[in-house]
Design a protein around this ligand. Structure first.
Ligand code: NAD
Length: 255
C-alpha cells in the first residue's frame, strides 16, 4: 500500500461528499492513519469512526479545528502529534466559496473567503512545520483551484480566485524555504468537483454548460482529487516539490 506506516492530517475533512473526506478515506485505504479536522468536533469524530466502520483500519481521529484560528491549529497539531507519535502528511484542504461578482464583494464577503482559503493554509502549515522540521521530513499539500489559474468564472467569485491564487504563491514560497529541511510542498488545482461546496446554487443548466468545456466530458468527483492527494502524500512523489497538479478533466490545458 502506498501510505503504509504513514500518518496524515486532512483539514476540512468532515463534509459527507467533500474532497477532504474522500481524501481521508483513500489515504486510509492506502494504509495511512488519518486525523480528520473540521469545524465541528462531533462531525469530525463521526467521519473518523466511519473509516473504521468501513474496515479501513483503527486509530483514525477526528478533531475540531477552525483553520482561521492560529491557536486552534496549534492545539490540534499538538493533539495529533501526541496521539499518533508523528505526522508525515498535511493536506491543507479546508475552504469555502461564494459565487458573487466583483462589484458585489463587501468587506464581510472578502474577509471569510480570504481567511479560510488563504490564512487557513498558512496557519495549518505553521502548526505542523516545527514537527516536520524536527523530523527533516513531511509532505504538505495545499488546496488551490482552477479558479486561481483561469480567473474564476466557474463558481467562486473574484475574491475566491484571489485567495486560491494566494495559495499558489504561498505554497511555492514554502516549497523553497522548506526544501532544505526535507519538507515537500505542492498544490492541487481542481476544476469543478461535485461536492456540497456549491450548495444548491449550481443548476443543471450550468453543469451542462461547464461540461462543454471539459475534454474528458464529465465533471469531477471527490475521488478524482483524492487520488492526487494520495500521490503527493506518497513516496512516489519524493522528488516533486513546488508543483501544481491540475485535476480538471482538461478544462484548462496550459503550457
Ligand atoms: P466541502 O464544502 O464539501 O468541504 C469543505 C470542508 O471545509 C467542510 O467540511 C467545511 O466544514 C470545512 N471548513 C470550512 N471552513 C472551515 C474552517 N474555517 N476550518 C476548518 N474547516 C472548515 O467542499 P469541497 O468541495 O470538498 O472543498 C474542499 C476544498 O477544495 C476547498 O478548499 C475548496 O475551495 C477546494 N476546491 C473545490 C472545488 C470544487 O469544485 N468542489 C474546486 C476547486 C477547489
Amino acid at each position: 500500500m502506498l501510505l503504509d506506516g504513514l500518518t496524515a492530517v486532512v483539514t476540512g475533512a468532515a463534509s459527507r461528499r467533500g474532497i477532504g473526506r474522500a481524501t481521508a478515506r483513500m489515504m486510509a485505504q492506502h494504509g495511512a492513519r488519518v486525523a480528520l479536522l473540521d469545524l465541528d468536533a462531533g462531525q469530525a469524530q463521526a467521519a473518523a469512526r466511519d473509516l473504521t466502520d468501513r474496515g479501513l483500519g483503527d486509530g483514525h481521529i477526528g478533531l475540531a479545528c477552525d483553520v482561521t484560528d492560529r491557536d486552534a491549529c496549534r492545539q490540534a497539531a499538538a493533539r495529533v502529534i501526541e496521539s499518533f507519535g508523528k505526522v508525515d502528511v498535511l493536506a491543507a484542504n479546508a475552504g469555502i466559496s461564494q459565487p458573487i461578482r466583483l462589484m458585489e464583494i463587501t468587506p464581510e464577503d472578502w474577509d471569510p473567503i480570504l481567511d479560510v482559503n488563504l490564512r487557513g493554509v498558512l496557519y495549518s502549515c505553521q502548526a505542523f512545520i516545527p514537527h516536520f522540521r524536527e523530523r527533516k521530513a513531511g509532505s504538505i499539500i495545499c488546496m488551490s483551484s482552477v479558479s486561481a489559474q483561469r480567473g474564476g468564472g466557474i463558481f467562486g467569485g473574484p475574491h475566491y480566485s484571489a485567495a486560491k491564487a494566494g495559495v499558489l504563491g504561498l505554497a511555492k514560497a514554502m516549497a523553497r524555504e522548506l526544501g532544505p529541511d526535507g519538507i515537500r510542498v505542492n498544490c492541487i488545482t481542481p476544476g469543478l468537483i461535485q461536492t456540497d461546496i456549491t450548495g444548491d446554487l449550481l443548476t443543471d443548466e450550468m453543469r451542462v454548460e461547464i461540461r462543454k468545456g471539459i475534454p474528458l466530458d464529465r465533471l469531477g468527483e471527490a475521488d478524482d482529487v483524492a487520488g492526487a492527494y494520495v500521490f503527493l502524500a506518497s513516496p512516489l512523489s519524493a522528488y516533486i516539490t513546488g508543483a501544481v497538479i491540475d485535476v480538471n478533466g482538461g478544462m484548462l490545458i496550459h503550457g
